[in-house]
Design a protein around this ligand. Structure first.
Ligand code: SAH
Length: 447
């Protein structure tokens, strides 16, 4: 019987990608994925602490695991991600003695080394090191190989910014860009395993290369990735308004595989709050940038993030966020209620003085407005033909995404569309998804 693993993941796309990496390494050691933690020999919790609610879920799950560890002491419990942070989990070890291994974000090594040391099998060690020497690119876990269509690829780890509310820089460490060659080798290997679309990831992805003297920048990386055979699409996230350069917009406009979708958070529409958040741009700059992006990429879809209930945010200041959302009419708005995080500037300087019920009211107001906006944006797509990359079939419906990252469903039993680019005629639109049909009797396959 092969040994088994289970991975629980919460948080950002970087975490999903980190978990995939851990799965890949575990499978190289002969472990097999299992759907439930109860039976698994190894359980990994890949955690997020961006808000208290995420942290609570992780600690809740840790307590759930305790009796399982007591019943079976050889079960390995590994804690990974931002709850551990780059500095490791000394405090956590005291609070949760049933954790065997602590893994900083994006680093499978502590777990793999722990398992190898426990096995103590020299043959395995040699096997693994041989693999490392050859720098084999990422091998997808078996349940994703030849099934996963869209993958995430980290290109820059960590973050050097100090947005007042944000704990991520202290947990993920300084900015570190991966070499172009390593990224390309990884994407090629993903393509060989069925992947057709990659999203390049970074906390501030457009700072790719800034940590390397004369290093390549994101537009250079996009050019190289755009040229990879077999890859259909490239995306990147998250952008910061101060680094969305005209070179980057040029690359977006020129490179056929780079999709017209930009995630560019503004966090607040109020100048005073923005300054206190230490975002280092004002709303005039943000609006000009959105205008510029739209002028160069008429079909672009744009996503933003907004925090409501930042310390001291008055009703009038909150209204400024709503006003800008109404004015800019962006495609997506991820909204979050401010959550004070230990060690951040805002938690040190200001009390968390907007009551929870008021934060929730503001959150609901943003969501309500945004739903109306995106309903109208999507309604204009009715009758249009849109290119969709098909990702999977669920309950008899195929599902995929447009270049602008809109979810589209369609029905067809005649062909296996997974991983194919198809042109669909949009027949129905709603705020969260679209429906389409294959035009004509003979499906038109783009490639
Ligand atoms: N580095 C990325 C994403 C950071 S975390 C960026 O620049 O946008 C993702 C989102 O979580 C942020 O954009 C922000 O809107 C939200 N967030 C971060 N810290 C938060 C906090 N303390 N409380 C509430 N939301 C927070």
């Amino acid at each position: 019987m092969p040994k088994t693993y289970f991975i629980w993941t919460i948080g950002c796309q970087m975490n999903s990608s980190d978990s995939q990496r851990v799965a890949s390494e575990l499978e190289r050691l002969g472990y097999r994925y299992i759907k439930h933690y109860a039976e698994a020999d190894v359980v990994v919790l890949n955690t997020c602490v961006v808000r208290q609610s995420a942290e609570d879920k992780a600690t809740g799950f840790l307590w759930t695991l305790k009796p399982y560890k007591e019943n079976r002491p050889d079960k390995v419990i590994a804690l990974m991600g931002c709850l551990v942070g780059v500095k490791g989990g000394t405090k956590l070890a005291k609070a949760f003695p049933h954790i065997d291994v602590f893994m900083p974000p994006s680093d499978p090594a502590p777990l793999i080394d722990f398992l190898l040391a426990r096995q103590g099998e020299q043959a395995d060690l040699a096997f693994r090191y041989q693999l490392q020497d050859e720098e084999l690119p990422l091998l997808l876990p078996a349940h994703e190989r030849d099934r996963l269509v869209a993958a995430h690829v980290p290109v820059v780890y960590g973050c050097n910014h100090v947005c007042a509310y944000c704990i991520i820089p202290s947990r993920r460490g300084r900015e570190r860009s991966r070499p172009v060659g390593e990224i390309v080798a990884e994407i090629r290997s993903l393509v060989a395993q069925g992947v057709r679309e990659v999203t390049l990831l970074g906390q501030i992805v457009d700072r790719y290369g800034y940590d390397v003297a004369d290093g390549p920048r994101l537009p250079d990386l996009l050019r190289v990735v755009n040229a990879i055979d077999g890859l259909a699409r490239v995306r990147f996230l998250t952008s910061h308004p101060n680094y969305m350069t005209s070179e980057l917009l040029d690359a977006l406009a020129e490179l056929p595989k780079v999709c017209e979708h930009i995630e560019i958070p503004n966090q607040s529409g109020d100048e005073v709050i923005l300054q206190r958040m230490k975002r280092s741009y004002d709303m005039a700059t943000y609006c000009r940038l959105i205008e510029d992006i739209r002028a160069r990429l008429p079909k672009v879809s744009i996503a933003t993030d907004i925090i409501v209930g930042f310390p001291g945010e008055t009703e009038a200041q909150f209204q400024h966020s709503l006003d800008y959302l109404a004015q800019l009419k962006l495609d997506v708005c991820h909204v979050a209620m401010y959550s004070p995080r230990d060690g951040t500037v805002s938690a040190k300087l200001w009390p968390d003085d907007v009551p929870a019920s008021e934060k929730k009211r503001r959150l609901d107001a943003v969501n309500q407005l945004q739903e109306q906006i995106v309903k109208e944006i999507n309604a204009r797509l009715l009758g249009q033909t849109m290119e969709v990359l098909v990702e999977q079939k669920q309950r008899n419906r195929w599902q995929g995404r447009t270049r602008t990252n809109k979810l589209v469903f369609f029905e067809d039993d005649t062909y296996d569309w997974r991983g194919k680019l198809v042109n669909l005629e949009i027949t129905w639109t709603g705020p969260w998804s679209l429906r389409g049909t294959l035009p004509g009797k003979t499906p038109l396959v783009v490639e």
